[in-house]
Design a protein around this ligand. Structure first.
Ligand SMILES: [Zn+2]
Length: 432
């Protein structure tokens, strides 16, 4: 049982924004049991002084590829085609399963240190990310990337792997799953239909990249006579709860489909900027009541997994591109990184808010830091001035993963050593 005493808590307000309230948080068996008043049989085994801290829901990274941290900073300032075909894809071929384990542990170090408590991951090497997540205690939505023109062309094998991974880890309470057709251009038509059907039969959500580049949209129109969104909708994919990553180029009909089918859009501003793809029309998506969540994408295309940096980008780019400071507010950014991400992951009953009955996925932010001073608006500070390294304490389901900025479940030094060995083996590591 944990009591966080006298802490400033970020709560949703009636106007759908946020408010701050100083109170105590009581945590028992991994859940928030009460705010303010101790329940009758409550005996605090640990008391955390929250006097100079802000408590908020742990951030939810709605789209990443955690193992790709091993490719961080190795192919920058190149054209999209060079980046993908000359560098990233040949490197992917050289990776072995264990590399994905160490790469995802590196991702978890970065995520925990910058306040992320849950992430949706698309990967290629099964069992490595859930293994690292269970050891670490972070919450993860695991999705094995599915690609193939037909079932015979590797499609069935990848689908079998996805289900074998699900069976191996489904007993873990912090791990959940979705099916992840990589994109309409990397999966054949029949394959996408089978995936849609399998998702339905097994009550699994869908995690997919959609309409990331103009080239993708033009090719879909040429090949299928439809936009990527119209195309996957026609195959029944959106009959399942879906998170669509990117959605940079949307037609009027695309907006209507996303809204009607309740699709969540995971926007990844840094990745879209780095690869020169543009931005998702977030202001318009919000205006139409579409669930917008926030992701970092993988470290090969970001190059960081820091959701504070991502919130800052989200808040600023739409002001800059619209030449209007109003379209996306600080509260919109916080919501995208918390409750909306939880909804996209199918976890809104458990996480995304600090409220009695929710799981205790909480981060404490040190307010004795420049970004939060003077105390003019902590909500602004979270988006516009914080860097992520103000996060002091992180817990997932009441388990402390970082306290006083010290990680409690990961041996950082060992992970740095291992990922540098991998980078050297791949021929991308600097010889320092
Ligand atoms: Zn991605």
């Amino acid at each position: 049982m944990i009591q966080i005493k006298n802490v400033l808590v970020l709560l949703e307000s009636e106007d759908k924004g946020f408010k701050l309230q100083r109170t105590d948080i009581f945590i028992k068996n991994g859940k928030i049991v009460s705010l303010g008043k101790a329940p009758e049989d409550f005996f605090a085994e640990k008391i955390i002084d929250g006097t100079r801290k802000l408590a908020m829901p742990g951030l939810v990274n709605a789209h990443t590829h955690s193992y790709m941290t091993v490719f961080r900073n190795c192919a920058d300032d190149r054209s999209f085609e060079d980046w993908l075909f000359k560098y990233i894809m040949p490197l992917e071929d050289k990776l072995v399963a264990e590399d994905a384990y160490w790469g995802s542990l590196l991702a978890m170090i970065e995520m925990i240190k910058t306040g992320t408590t849950c992430f949706t991951d698309m990967h290629m090497h099964i069992n490595q990310v859930p293994k690292a997540a269970v050891e670490t205690g972070i919450r993860a939505v695991i999705t094995r990337g599915l690609a193939g023109e037909t079932l015979a062309d590797g499609g069935q094998r990848r689908l079998d792997e996805a289900f074998s991974e699900i069976n191996n880890w489904k007993g873990e309470e912090n791990i959940s799953f979705m099916l992840a057709p990589h994109a309409p251009y990397s999966c054949g038509k029949e394959y996408l239909k089978v995936i849609a059907q399998m998702a339905k039969e097994n009550d699994l959500g869908i995690n997919i990249h959609l309409s990331e580049s103009l080239f993708e949209v033009e090719s879909a129109k040429e090949n299928f006579g439809m936009t990527p969104i119209e195309y996957v909708d026609s195959l029944g994919l959106f009959e399942n709860r879906t998170v669509a990553a990117h959605c940079v180029n949307l037609s009027e009909n695309d907006f209507n489909i996303l809204k009607e089918k309740n699709v969540s859009v995971a926007t990844n501003p840094a990745s879209n900027m780095k690869l020169g793809n543009g931005f998702a029309p977030v202001a318009e998506l919000l205006k139409r009541g579409i669930n917008v969540c926030l992701g970092t994408d993988g470290a090969a295309s970001n190059n960081s997994l820091n959701m504070f940096r991502e919130m800052g980008f989200l808040g600023l780019i739409h002001k800059g591109t619209a030449k209007d400071p109003l379209p996306v507010s600080a509260a919109d950014c916080i919501k995208a990184a918390t409750a909306n991400g939880a909804k996209a992951a199918g976890l809104s009953e458990k996480i995304g808010k600090i409220e009695a009955g929710m799981d205790a996925d909480i981060i404490l932010i040190d307010m004795d830091t420049p970004a939060f001073n003077p105390f003019n608006s902590s909500i602004s500070a979270l988006v516009y001035s914080a860097g992520g390294y103000e996060v002091d304490t992180v817990m997932v389901k009441g388990k402390i993963l970082m306290e006083g900025r010290i990680l409690t479940t990961i041996d950082e030094e060992k992970v740095y050593y291992k990922v540098n060995e991998i980078a050297k083996r791949l021929g991308i590591g600097e010889n320092l």
